[in-house]
Design a protein around this ligand. Structure first.
Ligand code: ASP
Length: 450
């Protein structure tokens, strides 16, 4: 069985929806289809999810929101017209209006409920279109099918484990299941959405629940590329990549899949297949537990800005038992997550995302470190980009670090930090934010154009 998730650009208009249905119907194993809300038809277009956010924001601000609702209705109207299924439009419009005008007592919950309507209405629409061409298909409501979520301590939507058992029943349906992505329900019956791009997570959850053979993620590119195509033209395509490699690259800015989407399939060893709706015969990129082949020594290179470093020095740090534990405790108490930590005998550097280390947090942390751990110095630098070279094959080859470092050096890029984990799957270089893209280009030229 295959679970196939289609992104917003794959479902942006009637023409695209027909393509999607052709793809689904061309393989009898595709039994569960997860849909996003209609996305952009052109570069300047607005995604339905953004139109819905505008509806909710207008209402929350106490303004009229009729024009905003009408913009959403118009999008669905034009799709239903082109697909010859205008009979579904009243259901879509009343669902939208009922949600947008419902009374609320919590702004965030209200916003979530409106935001989810793009996926919800699109799933109804796709199911209806399939019915209109005599395909037995059913719109699957996440509440009825048992996709339950809650908010964790940080307000992030997380799945309740019982959902997997509930959703396993989808495997035995004799109809094609058309499931809206991006949201589920709390046990109290309220809509909870994932963060943006979260339909990827829904697809992964369903694939895990029905123990699918593969989770297909259909998008608008042929492959995942070794480097961001906005930085390097026509980059090397990746045909196969492990979950771990993908995770490292996603961390450093690859945006192919939602960062949280891999976990449900990863723990169950279900492969992910990224495919192009606009070019279904292209082989795509497989994300797997174990590689069958390597196309290149390095799998991918990515860079992300927005980091800072906190370097703490203390003479004889290495001899003081419990020093690091106490240091970690201070960061833990302040709720700051540490991303990397290169160290020396008398110094340690913490690399932290800037957004998690505000000026207030910095003041509080520094005050505590000085008073509780009597260190020699603390230096904070707020201008760091993290550039990662990722590749499982690197573990068995010699000299990549030397090549990468000298290429960066020859290009005049100062390396502020260098880190390689013992797993040898990735190397991390900390450079000035201004050099982020340049460093990625230099490394790509060195490691791929050999
Ligand atoms: N429609 C939502 C978004 O635009 C979720 C998704 O497409 O995955 O973020």
């Amino acid at each position: 069985m295959k679970v196939a998730k289609f992104g917003g650009s794959s479902l942006a208009d009637a023409f695209q929806i027909k393509k999607v249905c052709d793809i689904v119907l061309s393989d009898a194993d595709r039994r569960i289809v997860v849909v996003s809300a209609p996305g952009k038809r052109t570069k300047e277009d607005i995604k339905v999810t953004d139109l819905l956010i505008a509806v909710a924001k207008a209402r929350l601000a106490g303004n009229s929101y009729e024009d905003e609702i009408q913009a959403v209705v118009n999008r669905f109207e034009s799709i239903t017209k082109d697909l010859n299924i205008t009979d579904i439009l009243p259901e879509i419009e009343s669902t939208l209006r009922a949600t947008a005008t419902a009374s609320y007592n919590d702004d965030v919950k209200y916003l979530d409920s409106v935001k989810a309507m793009g996926e919800d209405c699109n799933a109804r629409l796709v199911a209806r279109y399939l019915n209109s061409i005599n395909v037995p298909a059913e719109y699957c409501n996440p509440k009825e099918k048992g996709l339950f979520l809650k908010h964790d301590a940080n307000g992030k939507a997380v799945i309740l484990n019982e959902s997997y058992t509930n959703l396993a029943a989808l495997a035995t349906s004799d109809k094609l299941c058309i499931f809206p992505g991006f949201y589920g329900y709390s046990k109290e019956g309220e809509i909870i959405t994932f963060s943006r791009g979260g339909s990827d997570i829904t697809g992964s959850i369903l694939a895990a629940a029905v123990k699918a053979d593969v989770y297909e993620n259909w998008t608008d590119v042929d492959n995942v590329f070794a480097v961001n195509p906005n930085i390097v033209k026509n980059p090397f395509p990746i045909t196969e990549i492990t979950y771990d490699e993908m995770r490292e690259l996603a961390y450093a800015g690859f945006t192919v899949l939602h960062e949280e989407a891999l976990y449900p399939v990863y723990v169950r060893g279900i492969p992910v297949h990224i495919k192009n709706t606009n070019n279904p015969s292209s082989s795509g990129t497989k994300i797997v537990a174990k590689r069958t082949h390597y196309d290149s020594l390095v799998t991918g290179i990515a860079g992300d800005r927005g980091f800072c470093t906190v370097t703490i020095t203390k003479y004889l740090m290495n001899r003081q038992v419990g020093f690091l534990l106490n240091l970690f405790k201070i960061f833990t108490d302040e709720g700051i997550s540490i991303e990397h930590m290169p160290s020396g005998i008398d110094s340690i550097t913490f690399i932290i995302r800037k957004k998690n280390f505000t000026e207030e947090k910095e003041a509080a942390v520094l005050k505590r470190i000085y008073s509780e751990l009597s260190v020699d110095s603390i230096t904070v630098e707020r201008d760091l980009a993290v550039v990662m070279i990722v590749g499982q094959a690197m573990a068995n080859s010699v000299g990549i670090m030397a090549r990468a470092a000298s290429a960066l050096g020859n290009a005049g890029i100062n390396l502020k930090v260098v880190n390689q984990g013992a797993s040898e799957i990735s190397m991390m270089f900390g450079v000035s934010e201004a050099y982020c893209d340049y460093a990625v280009r230099v490394l790509y030229k060195e490691l791929f154009r050999y």
